[in-house]
Write a protein that binds this ligand. Sequence first.
Ligand code: NAD
Length: 497
Amino acid sequence: MTAANEAKAILNRLGLGEAVWGGTLTTRSPVDGSTAGAVRETDDVDAVVTRSAAAFDQWKRVPAPRRGELVRLLGEELRASKDDLARLVTLEAGKIVSEGLGEVQEMIDVCDFAVGLSRQLYGLTLPSERPGHHMRETWQPLGPVLVISAFNFPVAVWAWNACLALVCGDPVIWKPSEKTPLTALATHAILDRAIARFGDAPEGLSQLVIGGRETGERLAADPRIPLVSATGSTRMGKAVAQTVAARLGRSLLELGGNNAMIVTPSADLDMAVRAIAFSAVGTCGQRCTSLRRLLVHESIADALIARLKKAYETLPVGDPRESATLVGPLIDTAARSGFDAALAQAVEQGGEIAVGGDPVDRDGVYVRPAIVRMPAQTAVVEHETFAPILYVLTWSDFDEAVAMQNAVPQGLSSCVFTDSVREAEQFLSAWGSDCGIANVNIGPSGAEIGGAFGGEKDTGGGRESGSDAWKAYMRRQTQTVNFSRDLPLAQGVKFDV
Ligand code: NAD
């Protein structure tokens, strides 16, 4: 069966019949190039925002633990449909089977986290300087949240945002990537089941808007949406940030990465090789946290590259539906052209291809992941090419390695492999890695949901998922109550009338 037909069968099973088809947004599976047809775009975007604003008026009055109950039910429905949704991620985004399952597991984990959070949206009480007064800080629901998501995590990014937004009292509008509308439709059908079981959720609490970049632009400009959470390229983030800032809205940006690993002479190379392979070629190099720069001490570079070459030469590249495959396809032919162009530029800029880089299918989207030795961090190395290319650079002094790690525009994820406490702690210090994520003896990709996820500089500065990332979805209010019979003014000001 073609990948597209299998996707269609899953959608049917989830109750999404012919109504979703007949539009102009053509879907194409990267697995085999098959198409299931064109999906219907959302025509009245304005009405979506109107419904969302009305839903907010009701949802903000629902107690947070009750809002958590909806997310708990969503977690149950996701568990029940895990295999179908994961399969759809494989068929539409080209992820291998275990990564598709892992993505849905991440959604389930975020549901569990958000359910607990629904009873822990803590504020503060603060001592007032005035007698008989009480001061406190409370977190209130914010309003409709727009989630713009990228193709490479077609469902998990929505869950990171939606689960938190819903328990925080905010309705959600989701504009998924135009490359992955089917997984979005399926996710929403699963959410609808949870909403039906929940019983009294307001209409329009969570809405899906199918459309392209212009639809995202239009929604981002709407002043009725106080928070825009946008995941995607730095180019997109810069455009969204300006649009939202112009109306003094709030944006939460999760943009491109250019993640590095520093390998020191004391590193456990067995562990490093495994970590490099997973983070550089997993999801065919199409994770925001993919390893793109390997910064190796000059004394071990040849030995490490030799081991990596061996591992790369036997990498199973192919149909992501096959259980033995570790590297599936790039998302589309534009990504393939980007891969080819970056390799050509790397060679022009003095790079030497150590392994890979050749196509598995001449005009298609399957490629052999590449390792390129570079003489320096040239322009191509500073740019995030969303494909499996690993640039290797060498260093002789640890300070120099940390400086190289920080010397790119992006600041998402970073790591060091070392057995030296001094090097590890320096890497994690204020003069160490400048990224949002810094790991020791772990690759840069595959973060847990419990921590706040995001990065600095061109990565956009947003934080999502765990820790106190929920605060971005709420409005902070400082409240003062006078329970005395006097009216003293702050700072001792006298104003008797
Ligand atoms: P993309 O920027 O092309 O598209 C992402 C989304 O933004 C899509 O839904 C698209 O329709 C929308 N969009 C594009 N331009 C827009 C605009 N001007 N206004 C409003 N919406 C707009 O990204 P992509 O190719 O789908 O994804 C790959 C990129 O996403 C990579 O750079 C990757 O690093 C990044 N990413 C980052 C994270 C993170 O958490 N930091 C996670 C996943 C992906």
